[in-house]
Design a protein around this ligand. Structure first.
Ligand code: ZN
Length: 490
């Protein structure tokens, strides 16, 4: 098996990947909170961990990829304060929270499918794992790292930090953490501002609530990932991914919960993708640059000059390394669109090239170098640079400025199959759309010609001619043969 290197946030170094169980990889990625449409911020982790998933499979691993659905509902990654977002929306629209969850989960799936992302192996929901979350809280309480306060359970960060290091992932000290935390108001049940909720008592107006040994309430957001990761991947597993914005506090809290409940940090490689900015700005509702994926694909937002197809967006994301920031702008996306189309055109042209001349060793190297780049911490921009080299060769051969041997053509074919359409997960949208339209037309024409045949059987020549003329005006020529009517496009 080829060597794969990943930058591990825990050690802050690029490490040789060694799975716990040879040949098998357990990977957990934090999924969406489904109270609204998937937006640009979901596209990047969606694509990044899909590439990792596909690369691991390409390398020969059997991968169990778990990505959760946060449907219990928490206010902006902070279960401790404020109102539960799903519950709030439900009250306003007079809907059952799970109805909203269902709608947005389906819309999220559709956006991910359009972006070319494979479905995870398991997609567990927080609401389906309340019992397991309660059991984990009991273990943390028994270990002495949590306390009950007015029907809620909080993690005792100070006590934990005396025995372990709270901040091992983000490199923070408890003092750093304190600086970034609002001071406690008199209303809080917490002992210290950095303590986080494992279980929150539900106020009377709170819709989503479950019974527990501490009264009716709901689990803290950080807990679900600890619990579902353990349930589906074991007490220790290989890879945990997510956006850099989740590193603290979400993933830091996960490590603390794992250590307190099962005596191990639980995760061997922490992988974090960097964030997306829009024209250099952070995306935010107040900045007017909050773009959802359906808006992006339809070009339906004031910041967008045009629609950008899902594959253009995927190509754009792949042009940057996942650990670098990525700035969305119309110019950059239009550039990506051109690049994507050039690559797809070359894939088509490659099929029409006749072998000639001697083999070029540079072409064989392109495949190896592209795969090597992907194995070097998912260096997709370098892999794409090698693909563009291949495109140049194909274009030269098409213009008869170079010849490509049988071996060259095989190597180029492998590069497109394994790298472009394989690990990078690109597909030819135009061909796919064309194929769909063709199928639809065939279906419609079968129906139309059946109607015409019926008219002819009834010797209704006027109707038969009328259908033929309408079709002719639409560019469809109908010819009557002994076997029945045949049609072709003009
Ligand atoms: Zn998570």
């Amino acid at each position: 098996m080829r060597n794969l290197y990943l930058t591990n946030t825990l050690t802050r170094t690029k490490e040789l990947f060694k799975p716990i169980h040879p040949g098998h990889v357990g990977m957990y990625v934090c999924g969406p909170t489904v109270y609204g449409d998937a937006h640009l911020g979901h596209a990047r982790p969606g694509v990044t961990y899909d590439i990792l998933f596909k690369l691991l499979q390409f390398l020969g691993y059997k991968v169990r990829y778990v990505r959760n659905i946060t449907d219990v509902g928490h206010l902006e990654h902070d279960a401790d304060e404020g109102e539960d977002k799903i519950a709030k929306k439900a009250r306003l629209e007079q809907l059952e929270p799970m109805e909203i969850v269902q709608t947005y989960t389906e819309r999220y799936h559709e956006a991910m499918r359009l972006l070319g992302n494979a479905s995870p192996s398991i997609e567990p929901r927080a609401s389906g794992h309340i019992i397991e979350q309660i059991e984990t809280i009991k273990k943390i309480l028994a270990a002495g790292y949590a306390y009950e306060s007015n029907g809620s359970i909080y993690f005792d960060v100070e006590k934990y930090n005396r025995d372990f290091h709270y901040g091992v992932l983000s490199g923070r000290t408890l003092e750093d953490t304190l600086e970034g935390t609002r001071s406690l108001d008199g209303q809080s049940d917490k002992r210290a501002p950095y303590d986080f909720a494992l279980w929150k008592k539900a106020e009377p107006e709170h819709i989503m609530r479950w019974p527990s040994p501490w009264g009716e309430g709901f689990p803290g957001w950080h807990l679900e990932c600890s619990v579902m990761g353990e349930k589906y991947l074991g007490q220790e597993f290989d890879i945990h991914g997510g956006g850099m914005d989740l590193m603290f506090p979400h993933h830091e809290c996960e490590i603390a919960q794992n250590q307190a409940s099962r005596g191990t940090q639980g995760v061997h490689y922490w992988v974090h993708n960097n964030m997306i900015t829009i024209n250099g700005q952070k995306m935010g509702k107040s900045l007017g640059n909050f773009i959802t994926l359906p808006e992006l694909f339809a070009g339906n937002h004031p910041k967008l000059e045009q629609a950008y197809s899902p594959m253009t967006v995927r190509f754009f994301i792949l042009q940057a390394h996942y650990r670098s920031t990525l700035d969305f702008s119309n110019e950059a996306l239009q550039g990506a669109e051109k690049g994507y189309k050039r690559v797809m055109q070359a894939a088509k042209d490659l099929k029409g090239i006749q072998p000639a001349g001697a083999a070029h060793p540079e072409i064989a190297a392109l495949y190896e170098n592209a795969v090597e780049a992907l194995c070097d911490d998912l260096n997709t921009p370098v892999a794409i640079a090698h693909v563009f080299e291949a495109v140049k060769w194909i274009n030269s051969a098409k213009e008869k400025k170079a010849t490509l041997s049988k071996e060259d053509l095989e190597q180029l074919g492998k590069l497109f199959d394994d790298v472009v359409f394989g690990v990078l997960g690109l597909r030819d949208e135009e061909a796919a759309a064309g194929g769909k339209a063709e199928k639809a037309l065939e279906g419609a024409m079968t129906l139309v010609l059946e109607g015409r045949a019926k008219a002819r059987a009834e010797k209704n020549w006027a109707e038969s001619d009328r259908i033929r003329d309408i079709l002719k005006a639409a560019g469809i020529v109908v010819k009557d043969t002994k076997e029945g009517a045949e049609w072709t496009l003009e």
